[in-house]
Design a protein around this ligand. Structure first.
Ligand code: GLU
Length: 233
């Protein structure tokens, strides 16, 4: 399973993400992690085991960032360990994932041939490097995500941060659950509604084959060809 959650708005992101992870912890106990934008950097903290281990590690994290993502893992590829814990980083891209990439072996082999270095044993790190590979060529994260999705076989609910776009979170969904939570000057996402209910009851269900781009004051949904989808509010 796995749970993902994230926030972009005008409040400190880490406590909101940790709170969301507490409500999602039933989805995975192997490790947990957060990533938050922090003055021209993305800080990542990960810990093996239950969420309380991550909470202990983040207690000393003086993170004033207002945009970030979190993950609680149920390992499918790669043992439970810190290096296999999400978020995964590739260049300026940071990513969390719920799902399974079935063709990760062949994608990984072809990226390695192109000189990409992997740290973990996960299928997830392949998504991060694949997006980064296309992103480096185009410098356009949205089109890099569209390209990467076409190569992926399997299930994914992913959230992607870009160092250069601190107020934006890119989301993509195929056969793993993902909902958006719409607030005032703040927006959220999560694998499951209970993670968001303390913050908003305005929920938008993402459907398979959709990408969303959220900022503090907007959310836009697209299909996997990049065409915007208008939803009834
Ligand atoms: N396949 C990913 C991993 O093992 C995500 C796991 C999941 O969604 O349960 O890290």
């Amino acid at each position: 399973m796995c749970g993902i959650v994230g926030y972009t708005g005008n409040k400190y992101a880490v406590p909101i993400i940790i709170d969301g992870l507490k409500r999602l912890e039933y989805r995975g106990y192997d490790s947990a992690g957060v990533a938050v934008h922090e003055r021209n950097a993305i800080k990542i903290v990960r810990a093996v085991g239950k969420l309380k281990n991550l909470i202990e590690k983040t207690n000393n994290l003086k993170a004033s960032g207002t945009s970030g993502v979190g993950h609680t893992r149920w390992a499918t590829h790669g043992k439970p360990s810190e290096v296999n814990a999400h978020p995964h980083k590739a260049g300026d891209i940071v990513l969390v994932h719920n799902g399974i990439i079935e063709n990760y072996g062949e994608l990984k082999a072809s990226l390695i041939k192109k000189g990409v270095k992997f740290e973990s044993e996960t299928d997830t790190e392949v998504i991060a490097h694949l997006i980064n590979y296309y992103f480096k060529n185009t410098n356009d994260l949205f089109s890099a995500i569209l390209k990467a999705i076409k190569d992926l076989k399997g299930s994914f609910a992913c959230a992607v941060l870009n160092l250069k776009e601190p107020d934006k979170i890119y989301l993509m969904k195929y056969e793993s659950p993902l909902v958006l939570g719409i607030g005032e000057q703040e927006n959220f996402f999560a694998s499951d509604i209970p993670a968001l209910l303390p913050y908003t009851n305005k929920i938008v269900y993402m459907k398979d084959g959709e990408i969303a781009v959220i900022t503090d004051n907007s959310y836009k949904i697209y299909d996997f060809n990049g065409n915007e989808i208008k939803r009834k509010k």
